[in-house]
Design a protein around this ligand. Sequence first.
Ligand SMILES: [Cu+2]
Length: 603
Amino acid sequence: MRSARFFIAAMIAFAPCAAVSAQQKPVKPPPSKKPASMPGMPGMPGMTPDTSKRAAPSGKRAPNAADSMAMDMSAGMPVPMPKGMPMIPGLVGLTPPVSPFLPGAGVDVMKLPAAKASRVAKLASGDTLDLTAMLVRRTIKGHTFAMYGFNGQVPGPLIRVPQNATITVRFHNRIDLPSTVHWHGVRLDNRFDGVPGLTQDSVVAGGDYTYTVHFPDAGIYWYHPHVREDIEQGMGLFGNMRVDSPDRDYYAPVNHEEMLVLDDLLVNGDTLIPFGKEAANYALMGRVGNVLLVNGEPKYSLRAKRGEVVRFFLTNVSSSRTYNVSFGGAPIKVVAGDVSRFEREELVPSVVLAPAERYVVDVHFDRPGRFTLVNAIQAINHYAGEFSPEVDTLGVVTVDAAAAAPDYGKQWATLRANDAVSKDIERYRSSFDRPPDKTLTLTVATNALPLATVQFMNVDTAYFAPVEWVDGMPDMNWLSTSKQVRWILRDESGKENMDIDWHVARGSIVKLRIFNDPKSFHPMQHPIHLHGQRMLVVSRDGVATKNLVWKDTAIIPVGSTVDLLIDASNPGAWMLHCHIAEHLGSGMMMVMHVDSAATGGKH
Ligand SMILES: [Cu+2]
């Protein structure tokens, strides 16, 4: 029971020539504790991990994930392994088949400008913004790195515009890779979507490109490059856009608003783990960082007054990590998601955010004290075959005894029904239960992976978690590149990824059913993102969503079937892809054409 990983590691070490046949496969015992669930976000039944059995109350918790990981020097590999998890002997000494890449090769990091905090760029319709991707110097937990930032800021400037504004953005690429800017979630003109090879050529290092960005929907969005996201977005190229509704009562009144960009960084002592130059490494699970960052910093703090209501705009810009965020017991009201408000405001115990997702939450700090912003998840240890609760502190909100004025406690306690949202959704309801128009199966194919990885995976897939919240096998993950791993979207005709050629008429309502195959080589959740349109998650595993919200990204847990309803209103060639940067880099993308010969009919 102790160790399936040890068992197979020993088997590989002592019988290096023996290929593991199906009959020989040792059967991994089921994990001692199945990942239990509790009611979480609206429309996400059973997705929130039960971490109620956490070992230590506050005070004893590791302040950050990095502190629970240590480099395994004895193994001689530059990959930080979780404490107590040795590397598989068959992998020792191997390196990924790519050359290493880090930003700013040959540049004196101390001569780079120090990254600044994000500033607000408040723009009116017709305004122009210069946006420069550049090298910056960042110091994180005492270690200094050459990284990237937009306009020298991390996160990049917060672009704040009124709904229906159209702005011009002059993009200047001053980093050491080709790049573009994608305006995530914005239903803009297809020409400015920022996808190289589809809507534009990538902008060479030193080059420029002018975007026209129109904002038809109020809410919270973000921008990032659509070239080598594992490197460019991972090294700091991301920023929020906030689109204000003309309706002054769009949200309930609050005392204060905060933008929280959640990110993680993979650090090994005083170095960053290099990326693959020719292809992404960490292609199996995506790069999961060991330092958690809020707005680019490892420590977030906020002071509030007793009774204060704070609105947090949450965005997950991580390459692969899914978060389960809560505020130290302060009650949370979820107000809005990716592209709209919810039909109804709802109290939730925590908020689950897959990469690229956004949520708007109002939190009531109704008593004085320290409230820790935490990521509470169910960790998986592939070595021991066990699940265990893990709580990482992202920041602290200190609430003073003095009372907040005005007191919005009453407004916070009122769960508003957003009738405009329900009314807008009304015309789509008759399509909720009809058979799907399109289907996708999510799976993976591999070749030329190290034998030890293949053997381990054959055993490991005997069990799975609906969501992998941490990297439970950093050694195998680091060694796998997008040369060896191909993540797959497969449609009903059997076509895969960029061979898929969907055409739907503008104005049609497309029901898309996505199934995440639990029997693949390494099953894992995928946050599926559709460019340029909005969609509803109408059901998960046959359970209808009770409280709808327009989204552009939906998490598909392992073994799940999720029905999406796409409002195909915006003409053009649009990407549909997994937003785990390394999965996208490993082929998990396709194009959906929304043909502008408008029929007005239904698909
Ligand atoms: Cu994926």
